[in-house]
Design a binder for this molecule. Structure first.
Ligand SMILES: Cc1ncc(COP(=O)(O)O)c(C=O)c1O
Length: 444
C-alpha cells in the first residue's frame, strides 16, 4: 500500500554504535524537535535559489521573495484558520512568542492571569515573573486540569481577570485540554484566551476561528520545519501600541520630538525577518493540510494504542500516566517512564549508546508535575535544590520521555520496548559515568 504520510528527513539514518554494530536511528524525541519533511526541505531549497531582501530593498530577487513570503503567510493563516481581525507576528520560537505577548499585553499588578500547573516553563515564567498577578488552577496526577477549579477561580477573579493561558497539549502527558470549553469560560469573564500550541500544532487541527482562540503560539521546529521560526497569532488591536522591542523596521520616521511607528503588524517585528523560516513553516503547513488531519491522527492513534500495550509489558517499568488513560482519552503520543533502579539520565544514555534510540530525560520543563509524581516533600526538595546549586544537576528526580511523530512505525516501538526489556533484565552492556554538570551519563 502506498504510504499517504509525508516523508521525514533522517528516518533511514543509521549509526555505528560503540560495540561496532550498526543500528537504524529510532527518532522518538519528537516532542523536543522534528526534522523537516522532505517536501519542506525541497521548497526551502527552491526558495533559496532566488532569495532576496524582504522589506529591505527592490530588485528581481526581492520581488520574488516578497511574493513568496506573502503567499506563505497566507498559508500559515489558513492552517490556523485565523479570523480577519487577527494577525501573525514572527518570532524565533514559542518561548519568545509568549514573552513578547506578555509584554505586549502591558498588564498591571492587579490584572489576573489564570494558568495551570501542567504548563511548560515557557508558558509559566513569562506570567509568573511578569507584571500581572498569576493564579494557578489545580491539576490531577494524570496531567489533566480541574475545570471546576478553573470555573471557580475565573468567577472569583472575574473583575480583574484578563487572560487564561493554557497549553494546547502537554509535553509530558500528552493531555489535550478542552479548548472550546476554556474559551467559553474566558469569554464569559471578558478575558482573552491564549493557547500554547507548541505540542498541539504537529498533532491536531487548530481552528482559531471556530474554537474562539484569541491568541496562540507554536514553534516551527516541532512542525517539521526547523528553520528558526516561532509564530504568534493575536488580535490586531493588541498590536496597536508602541513596540516593546523597537528597532529596525519599527518606525517610518523619527525626529527630535517623536516617532511615527510603522504599521502595527510591522512595528513589532524588529530587524530583518526570517523569511526562510516562514517559507519552511508554510511548506510544512501545506504538507499537513494535503495529507489530511484524519490520516495523521489515525496513524498516530494506532501507534499510541500499540505503544501503551507494548510498554506495559516491560518488567520494572513505571508509566507515569496509566496505559488505560491513553486508550480511553484523546492524547498525543508522549510517554513518560522509568525503569526500576536505573537513573532516568542513565536510561536515556543507554538507549542512545546501545540501541540508537532518541529520547529525552529530566523534568522536561515541567518540574511541578514530575515532583508530584515522585511525592517529594519540601524538605526533600530543599536538599535536591542545594545539590543542584552546587552543580549536581543529576540530583533531581526525573523521567524518560518517548514521543511519537508522524514518521514513527510499530517497528520503532518494538525496538524501544525490546531495548527496555533487555535493560530491565540485564542492565547496561557498556560502561557509563555520571556527568552531573551536563545532567547526563557518558558512555566510555
Ligand atoms: C508545551 C510547550 N510549550 C512551549 C515550548 C517551548 O518551545 P520552544 O523551545 O520552541 O520555545 C515547548 C517546548 O518543548 C513545549 O513543549
Amino acid at each position: 500500500m502506498k504510504n499517504i504520510l509525508p516523508e521525514v528527513i533522517g528516518t533511514n539514518n543509521s549509526i555505528k554504535l560503540k560495540n561496532g554494530s550498526v543500528k537504524k536511528i529510532i527518532m522518538l524525541n519528537n516532542a523536543a524537535t522534528t526534522p523537516p519533511f522532505k517536501e519542506t526541505l525541497k521548497e526551502v531549497n527552491e526558495f533559496l535559489q532566488t532569495y532576496g531582501a524582504l522589506h529591505r530593498g527592490a530588485g528581481p530577487h526581492a520581488n520574488i521573495t516578497y511574493k513568496k513570503a506573502t503567499e506563505a503567510i497566507k498559508t500559515i493563516k489558513t492552517f490556523l484558520n485565523l479570523r480577519e481581525d487577527q494577525e501573525l507576528i514572527f518570532t524565533s520560537n514559542t518561548s519568545n512568542a509568549i514573552n513578547l505577548l506578555s509584554r505586549l499585553l502591558k498588564f498591571s499588578k492587579n490584572d489576573v492571569v489564570l494558568t495551570s500547573f501542567i504548563e511548560h516553563t515557557s508558558n509559566n515564567l513569562p506570567w509568573k515573573f511578569g507584571s500581572c498577578k498569576t493564579i494557578y488552577i489545580n491539576s490531577f496526577d494524570d496531567g489533566s486540569i480541574d475545570y471546576k477549579d478553573l470555573e471557580n477561580k475565573a468567577k472569583k477573579y472575574s473583575k480583574n481577570l484578563k487572560l487564561i493561558t493554557i497549553t494546547g497539549a502537554s509535553n509530558l502527558t500528552g493531555y489535550i485540554p478542552n479548548i472550546k470549553k476554556i474559551s467559553k469560560i474566558a469569554h464569559k469573564h471578558n478575558a482573552l484566551l491564549f493557547v500554547d500550541a507548541a505540542q498541539l500544532a504537529p498533532h491536531r487541527k487548530i481552528d482559531m476561528k471556530n474554537d474562539n482562540i484569541d491568541t496562540l503560539a507554536f514553534s516551527s521546529h516541532k512542525l517539521y520545519a526547523p528553520f528558526g521560526l516561532g509564530v504568534l497569532a493575536l488580535p490586531k488591536k493588541i498590536l496597536e501600541t508602541s513596540p516593546v522591542d523597537p528597532g529596525g523596521g519599527s518606525i517610518d520616521m523619527i525626529n527630535e520630538t517623536g516617532v511615527i511607528w510603522s504599521p502595527s503588524e510591522l512595528r513589532h517585528q524588529t530587524g530583518t525577518w526570517n523569511v526562510t523560516g516562514i517559507i519552511a513553516t508554510s511548506a510544512s503547513c501545506k504538507t499537513i493540510m494535503n495529507t489530511g488531519w484524519n490520516n495523521i491522527i489515525n496513524h498516530e492513534r494506532k501507534l499510541i494504542d500499540y505503544a501503551v500495550e507494548k510498554l506495559r509489558t516491560v518488567p520494572g517499568i513505571t508509566l507515569y500516566v496509566k496505559p488505560e488513560t491513553y486508550l480511553e482519552e484523546d492524547r498525543i503520543g508522549t510517554f513518560t517512564f522509568n525503569l526500576k533502579d536505573c537513573h532516568h539520565a542513565l536510561l536515556s544514555s543507554i538507549l542512545e549508546n546501545e540501541y540508537g534510540i532518541e529520547t529525552r530525560a529530566g523534568t522536561i520543563c515541567n518540574h511541578r508535575l514530575v515532583r508530584r509524581w515522585f511525592n517529594i516533600n519540601d524538605k526533600e526538595q530543599n536538599k535536591i535544590e542545594e545539590q543542584i546549586k552546587k552543580g549536581n544537576r543529576l540530583a533531581s528526580y526525573g523521567i524518560v520521555r518517548a514521543s511519537i511523530g508522524i514518521h514513527n512505525t510499530e517497528k520503532d516501538i518494538d525496538i524501544l520496548v525490546e531495548a527496555l526489556k533487555e535493560i530491565s533484565k540485564n542492565g547496561p552492556k557498556l560502561k557509563y559515568k555520571p556527568l552531573p554538570e551536563e545532567e547526563t551519563y557518558v558512555c566510555y
